[in-house]
Ligand binder design. Structure first.
Ligand SMILES: C[S@@+](CC[C@H](N)C(=O)[O-])C[C@H]1O[C@@H](n2cnc3c(N)ncnc32)[C@H](O)[C@@H]1O
Length: 329
């Protein structure tokens, strides 16, 4: 996977620069159709069979950031992995990074994911739990059961959340004073471009709300690093570093096609003919889209690979050592 760092924001550039209106500027909306009440990834097996891009991205991020993790001298740290999905990233990459005496809680809002992870990736140091990071009662349950954590990781998950400020506050509350968080958040992906195109087409207008909430809140944002930075800062974090990374992943072409449905869960709620037509249009877009030099488009090459360019926000931040935490009763 190739990579280019676009911009870096860190605390030195933005200290005390809190967004005064405090509003999210993204397009997520609560006015949705009745197709689904919320978009939930639930095709655990299909996701696991096709998550090579997410796995590579998590591994690259861990390899780059593991040296700044501050483990305790005793090595009995606690770590919470939010949005663990099928559990393979937690087991294959997070377990080896953490000290041998550490305990890991891996949470996901999808019960199907939690069950799949518990069955397929059990590990004596990991406990899988249902956790929707947007839900205060879930957060409080985790706090009651495990207390606050010294480390939090979250890979390829938080762009699904409707309320970005609330989740940053929840992550803050889940951390011990002095604790740290490492997160990756999708900012750009060809699927978001396709959703934007399709939303303009009256034929697909019924699905517009689902497509909106399946799109990253940082997509087409003028300054996504700054947006994310301000949200993290407003929650109370310090030593914040946010980087926007442009990456390219060469999928085997069939795996690319198979990878789309698990990350576009609303497709499971529409008719087969609509689904086929929707996917066909997306594949055509990906085949013909321009790729950065020196790459020729996916259609022009004959290497059985489908190259997907995407942008990822990577953020690391710490909770101040003397921070107080407001816990709900
Ligand atoms: C693309 S998968 C990433 C899984 C894993 N971290 C990885 O890197 O392969 C995103 C996961 O985030 C979960 N998720 C989405 N919104 C969430 C939320 N509000 N709270 C917890 N998990 C959430 C989804 O159910 C899904 O399993």
């Amino acid at each position: 996977m190739s990579e280019r760092v676009l911009k870096v924001y860190d605390s030195n550039m933005y200290s005390n620069n809190i967004n005064s209106n405090g509003n999210c500027t993204h397009n997520h909306t609560k006015n949705r159709t009745k197709i689904t009440d919320e978009v939930k990834m639930h095709s655990a097996k299909r996701y696991h069979e096709t998550n090579c891009m997410q796995r590579k991205d998590a591994l690259d991020t861990i390899l780059e950031y593991e040296s700044i993790f501050r483990w305790t001298p005793e090595g009995n740290d606690t770590l919470l992995d939010i949005g663990c999905g099928t559990g393979d990233v937690t087991m294959d990459y997070i377990v080896p990074m953490a000290p041998p005496g550490s305990r890991i809680v891996a949470g996901d809002k999808s019960i199907e994911m939690v069950e799949y992870a518990s069955t397929n990736f059990p590990h004596p140091r990991i406990t899988y739990e249902e956790l929707d990071i947007e839900k205060e009662n879930h957060v409080n349950e985790i706090l009651k059961k495990y207390g606050q954590f010294q480390h939090i990781t979250s890979f390829c998950c938080l762009h699904w959340a409707m309320n970005q400020y609330e989740i940053m506050e929840n992550i803050f509350n889940l951390l011990q004073p002095g604790g740290e968080v490492l997160m990756t958040v999708f900012q750009h992906h060809p699927l978001y471009e396709y959703y934007a195109d399709m939303s303009e087409n009256p034929k697909w207008s019924l699905y517009r709300p689902e497509m909106k909430i399946s799109t990253s809140p940082y997509f087409r944002n003028e300054n996504p690093e700054k947006e994310l930075f301000l949200r993290i800062e407003r929650a109370g974090f310090v030593d914040i570093n946010v980087v926007l990374k442009e990456r390219m992943y060469p999928f085997d072409s069939q795996v690319f096609i198979d990878s789309t449905v698990p990350v576009a869960p609303f497709l499971d709620h529409i008719s087969q003919s609509h689904k086929d037509e929707f996917l066909q249009g997306y594949i055509e877009k990906v085949l013909t889209m321009k790729l950065p030099p020196p790459y020729r488009s996916n259609k022009e090459r004959n290497d059985k690979k489908t190259i997907i360019p995407f942008c990822m926000l990577v953020a690391h931040a710490r909770k101040p050592t003397h921070a107080s935490t407001v816990l709900s009763p």
